[in-house]
Design a protein around this ligand. Structure first.
Ligand code: NI
Ligand code: MN
Length: 227
């Protein structure tokens, strides 16, 4: 599996049968490594919750590519109303797609979706466990540290993508505790620097992880790893 960081919480994943984006906040993000128009053949888009910095350009890209958007159940109708295919799943539930299994994990966070300038309640926020090409990644979405993350240690996760920016999510200290809980092959920081309130040095996360005996790696926007 190839995993490319696009900035904020956005990633591109490529594996057998899968070309996917996660939380593709691209054109509205000056720090993003790609433009929405760069993506012409993705087949799935994962969206953790309804906030603009996660839905981002999902609808436009899904329409252009004919991709299905996998997201929490209550968010799905807002996106489906814009003529895109959705897979509205529930927290704790899993499904075997052609490329592999997807499970929605709990995320302790809110979710709204703006319709005609008004923020509508959009149900629960989630994280994702995504299996593809024989590998498994955990994208935590926006979340606080939770005890539930301890259960993920049994999942044999290859890479955990964790928010570290504070203010809206875990900070580096809690994210390092999360990384210890999840016990993935590598922990990768996300959701920092994009806005003034989440400007952080990701090296702090790496240092705190190493104190917890957890391997962490910073991906610059545009950087990629092969799992
Ligand atoms: Ni959010
Ligand atoms: Mn966010």
């Amino acid at each position: 599996m190839k995993l490319k960081y696009l900035g904020h919480s956005a990633f591109y994943i490529e594996a057998e049968g899968l070309k996917a984006l996660i939380d593709p906040f691209l054109d509205g993000n000056p720090l993003a490594a790609s433009k929405a128009s760069d993506f012409t053949d993705v087949n799935f888009i994962f969206v953790t919750h309804g906030h603009g910095d996660h839905v981002g350009n999902a609808v436009e890209i899904a329409k252009r590519c004919g991709a299905a958007i996998i997201c929490p159940t209550e968010l799905a109708p807002f996106l489906a109303a814009q003529s895109v295919k959705t897979e509205g799943m529930q927290i704790g539930a899993s499904f075997d797609f052609a490329f592999g299994k997807v499970k929605l994990t709990p995320a302790l966070h809110g979710s709204t979706y703006v319709v005609n300038g008004k923020a509508e309640y959009a149900g629960l926020a989630c994280g994702f466990l995504i299996c593809a090409g024989g590998k498994k990644i955990y994208h935590a979405g926006d979340t606080a540290l939770t005890m539930d993350m301890l259960l993920l240690a049994e999942e044999d996760i290859d890479a955990a993508l964790l928010p570290i920016g504070g203010y809206y999510t875990m900070d580096a200290k809690d994210a390092a505790r999360a990384a210890k809980f999840v016990d993935a092959g590598v922990a990768i920081p996300m959701h920092y620097d994009t806005f003034p309130v989440i400007r952080r040095n990701p090296e702090d996360f790496v240092r705190l992880c190493s104190e917890n005996d957890v391997c962490a790696k910073i991906l610059a926007a545009g950087g990629e790893i092969v799992l």
